[in-house]
Write a protein that binds this ligand. Structure first.
Ligand SMILES: C[S@@+](CC[C@H](N)C(=O)[O-])C[C@H]1O[C@@H](n2cnc3c(N)ncnc32)[C@H](O)[C@@H]1O
Length: 218
């Protein structure tokens, strides 16, 4: 059963020639991309053999084996020039940054499709400081709120504000219903923490200002 989260991430692979999925686990993202989003080929990478075996079995069952290469390997070590999209999802933001950074020289034209389970602030900071530009962002809800970040290498460094680092430059412009709901939920949680905690107080102020701005525009 392919989760809603994976289905939403897979949408961003549309029309890619070849994708690399780092941490492919059961291979569901690749199955979805090859079946529904016109992706021709995929590299399935996992650094543990069990998840990779699950991916091999599931991809065989779907009749897609001729279009996928499997690697028991670390991060983006197997990234090749034919790949035009990189997917890294379901890991922490710091680990995702490290995986990108380990092979940053090989990344040029590829679209990065990222979904961190935590530390989105750190991930955005890393991307901005390392000349990536944000081309899309989306919020998904499936028991939890998840953030998708789509980015690409840029010539110049971009500077993000604290609000943009926390909640995403494109999310703030798009102000989707799910995004605003995510902020309200986070505000509820922060309200239970004493204001003496400076970083929480700062976050609360950022959330308030985005929510107020969205009310003004409606
Ligand atoms: C929590 S699962 C997420 C799977 C899937 N990408 C998703 O979004 O549901 C993380 C997977 O990444 C693999 N993994 C963790 N670090 C990795 C790395 N540095 N290189 C390759 N695979 C890694 C793990 O073995 C595991 O199968």
């Amino acid at each position: 059963m392919i989760s809603k989260r994976i289905k939403e991430i897979a949408k961003y692979t549309k029309d890619s020639y070849k994708i690399i999925d780092v941490g492919c686990d059961h291979g569901y993202l690749i199955i979805e991309a090859l079946t529904n989003y016109n992706v021709k080929y995929a590299l399935a990478v996992d650094n543990k053999s069990k998840p990779l075996d699950f991916a091999v079995n599931n991809i065989i069952k779907e009749g897609l084996i001729d279009r996928v290469k499997f690697y028991l390997s670390n991060g983006l070590d197997k990234l090749d020039d034919e790949c035009d999209a990189i997917v890294i999802s379901g890991l922490g933001g710091v680990l995702i940054s490290n995986i990108i950074n380990d092979n940053i020289r090989k990344i040029n034209k590829q679209r990065l499709i990222l979904q961190a389970n935590r530390n989105n602030y750190e991930l955005r900071k890393y991307l901005a400081e390392n000349n990536f530009v944000f081309i899309d962002e989306e919020i998904i809800y499936e028991d939890f709120y998840y953030q998708i970040i789509v980015a690409k290498k840029n010539i110049e460094k971009i500077v993000l504000t604290e609000s943009q680092l926390h909640y995403g430059p494109i999310n703030i412009i798009k102000r989707s219903k799910l995004f605003l709901n995510m902020l309200k939920k986070e505000e509820e949680i922060l309200n239970k923490i004493p204001d003496s905690n400076t970083s929480k107080k700062e976050k609360k102020e950022i959330i308030r200002s985005i929510l107020n701005e969205s009310k003004r525009c409606n």
